[in-house]
Unconditional design. Structure first.
Length: 99
């Protein structure tokens, strides 16, 4: 029997996952939402923003603004994929610098 047809042979692949929480210095309004959407669109990883039990894909400005996150609240950035670490870092920096 060839190794490829052996049912006991498995190939484990893991997809990198990263997560960070950011306390917003300002409300999450149109300007930072637009910056997040543009940045998120540049990554291949699946990215999510979470706030108050709601999760959105940050590639849409309206979805990001719809979270309703306000200054002093904590937003969690999650990503899964090959560039997940870079995606989380980039989006967290945008959130941390929101004005």
């Amino acid at each position: 029997m060839s190794p490829s047809s052996d049912p006991t042979t498995t190939t484990a692949t893991t997809t990198p996952k990263h997560e960070t929480a950011v306390v917003l210095p300002a409300n999450l309004h149109a300007r930072p939402a637009g910056q997040l959407a543009r940045a998120a669109a540049g990554f291949t990883s699946a990215i999510q923003l979470e706030y108050a039990d709601r999760t959105v894909n940050p590639t849409g400005v309206l979805a990001v603004m719809g979270l309703g996150a306000t200054a002093g609240s904590t937003v969690t950035v999650r990503a899964e994929g090959h560039d997940a670490e870079q995606a989380v870092t980039a989006l967290a920096q945008i959130l941390a610098a929101a004005e």
